[in-house]
Design a protein around this ligand. Structure first.
Ligand code: HEC
Length: 172
């Protein structure tokens, strides 16, 4: 037993030394690999051409872009407020002809429900005599078989007025 003791302890010592050496080698290896990785990455990102604002924007920019008519392409993020502003603007008022074409024509082209036809001067003459204001007023509140605003309840008074002026101009 006594002869085996030194042997066992020297085994333990050499094992400890090997573990220490292995650990140091591992740590040094990790450090060197890290430095290699950092230095190669660092030199790449320092390429001046890759660091221009344009190149940066191209790399980190959003995937989707919005192209406004006639304008240079802009990043979607920058364009968003403009798009919202356009959407918030009131819808463009329809002109007299397009109001007539979409709402009034149904009756006033065919004479349905005895509506005075567009261009029928004899039918319109006595009505035109009452004045545009009276005609606009009777369209807005409805008259006889014609529902208020001719059924185009979403139309503004100004759009009704434009449509009446269009009909009158076509029927004089
Ligand atoms: C549902 C069918 C119908 C539609 C749609 C219609 N009208 Fe009429 N409109 C009539 C009829 C019917 C009359 C005749 C009413 C009467 O004199 O009794 C009339 C009369 C009028 C008059 C004469 C009013 C007056 O005081 O003599 C004007 C102006 C007029 N319409 C404009 C329009 C305009 C503008 C539109 C579209 C916004 C329109 N109408 C849509 C059926 C229609």
């Amino acid at each position: 037993m006594s002869a085996a003791q030194p042997n066992a302890s020297s085994n333990a010592v050499s094992l400890a030394i090997w573990i220490a050496v292995g650990t140091v080698a591992l740590v040094i290896g990790i450090i060197m690999l890290t430095r290699l990785a950092v230095s190669s990455y660092g030199s790449r990102s320092l390429d001046p051409a890759a660091m221009t604002p344009e190149a940066l924007a191209a790399r980190i920019g959003p995937v989707a872009k919005v192209q406004l008519e006639g304008a240079a392409p802009v990043a979607a993020a920058a364009a968003a407020p403009k798009v919202a502003a356009v959407a918030a603007a009131p819808a463009k008022a329809k002109d007299g002809k397009s109001v007539y074409d979409t709402v009034c024509m149904a009756c006033h082209m065919t004479g349905a429900a005895n509506a005075p036809k567009l261009g029928d001067k004899a039918a319109w003459a006595p009505r035109i005599k009452t004045g545009n204001d009276a005609l606009v007023a009777s369209v807005i509140k409805g008259k006889g078989a014609m529902p208020p605003k001719g059924g185009g309840t979403a139309l503004s008074d100004a759009e009704i007025k434009a449509a009446v002026e269009y009909i009158v101009a076509q029927s004089k």
